[in-house]
Ligand binder design. Structure first.
Ligand SMILES: Cc1cc2nc3c(=O)[nH]c(=O)nc-3n(C[C@H](O)[C@H](O)[C@H](O)COP(=O)(O)O)c2cc1C
Length: 358
């Protein structure tokens, strides 16, 4: 690896950030998961990673409770609002709201395969209507000055050809979109649940790499099935950014190393204990403003994953009998149980090692 690629501070390919830096690493939009509490928790682990909201439909935003859908915590920046919709005028109105609310980007969902979304004629089925997506992108771009980005699949149903996704990207790029987040598998619009649609259609990263080669001026972000930091680094050799979904949610501590490795700056997290202590302050704020701490806490249950006692810690935090208890008392109980088990494991290992020496 050259000096440029490694960077003086040890981050991978820092030089490549110049033009596409904001999208270098992101956490995916995930319905029911990446709400503002979840994103606030992720900010205790990484300052630089771009965070996406859950998908909000244009109908819900225009006719529903706007603050409920749009409010976020200042610490979440940079944060992007993901929209689900297809009507250009509605998309433009929602993009305006997003800009007024302070979002850093609006992302259009062209990748969701759920039947409910298909009935609304948006999500992945929009890949069959690039003209409509282009009109939507143009309408949003005319309405706001924050970036408009598109998240999509590599194809729908049995369309396997590279030409399909190339023409889609080409047409939307002609309408002014410069950033494409590509979930590197097809969406099968019939017969698979949304969950199966994130697992069954095969991943084909090479198509996303090909998009980057064919459209070097665009920012191309790869998504789907990425787990380790080494896999992220490997993909960054081919594309401008990587978006991580389930792995980030389930193994949040992994994000504690991202700022250093991928952005060359120190991250906010010193230790799991410190993150837990900071998170507890947030939970207390929630309680003080009349909200149950459980709503936020469910997103942090993976913090200790992989460490001795993590299962007990998680069980205590999710146990119904403690829901009405003071949050500090629950934290003490969870922490004591976890360290008790960790101490037992340590003692057991020490005995094991001593026996091996005899
Ligand atoms: C629970 C859940 C909810 C999701 N909701 C959305 C969504 O609202 N909008 C969207 O574009 N993708 C959604 N996705 C898909 C993810 O953004 C991502 O494309 C997919 O999980 C593949 O990335 P991964 O393998 O890194 O998880 C969701 C995924 C999960 C697991």
């Amino acid at each position: 690896m050259s000096e440029n690629e490694t960077g003086a501070n040890g981050a991978d390919s820092i030089d490549k950030q110049a033009s596409h830096g904001r999208w270098r690493l992101s956490v995916a939009p995930m319905l029911d998961w990446t709400d503002k509490h979840c994103r606030t928790f992720h900010r205790l682990l990484t300052r630089q990673t771009l965070l996406y909201t859950e998908m909000v439909t244009t109908g819900a935003l225009l006719h529903g409770d706007k603050p409920r859908h749009l409010d976020f915590n200042e610490v979440e920046h940079p944060v992007a609002l993901q929209l689900g919709g297809s009507e250009p005028a509605d998309l433009a109105a929602c993009a305006k709201l997003a800009e007024q609310w302070g979002y850093d980007e609006v992302n259009l969902n062209c990748g969701c395969p759920s039947e409910r979304v298909q009935r609304g004629a948006f999500g992945a089925c929009l890949m069959a209507e690039p003209g409509l997506v282009a009109d939507g992108v143009k309408a949003m771009r005319d309405a706001v000055s924050i970036p408009i980005t598109v998240k999509h699949r590599i194809g729908i149903d049995k369309i396997e050809s590279y030409g399909f996704v190339r023409d889609f990207v080409g047409q939307i790029a002609a309408a002014g979109c410069e950033v494409f987040i590509v979930h590197a598998r097809n969406a099968w619009l019939q017969g698979l649940s949304p969950k199966e649609n994130r697992e069954v259609p095969p991943l084909r990263y090479e198509l996303v790499h090909q998009l980057k080669r064919e459209f070097p001026q665009l920012t191309i972000v790869l998504n789907g099935g990425i787990k380790s930091d080494d896999e992220i680094a490997e993909q960054l050799q081919h594309v401008d950014g990587v978006m991580v979904g389930r792995q980030a949610y389930h193994e949040p501590w992994q994000m504690a190393g991202w700022d250093q490795r991928f952005f060359g700056t120190a991250g906010p997290a010193q230790s799991r204990e410190q993150v837990e202590a900071d998170w507890l302050l947030y939970l207390e704020q929630q309680v003080a403003s009349g909200r149950p701490w459980t709503q936020a806490m469910r997103h942090a249950l993976g913090l200790w994953n992989g460490q001795a006692g993590s299962r007990r810690w998680r069980q205590i935090w999710s146990d119904h009998q403690y829901k009405a208890m003071d949050v500090r008392a629950v934290a003490r109980l969870a922490s004591q149980s976890r360290s008790g088990i960790a101490a037992q494991v340590e003692a057991h290992e020490a005995r094991h090692q001593a026996a091996a020496l005899l």
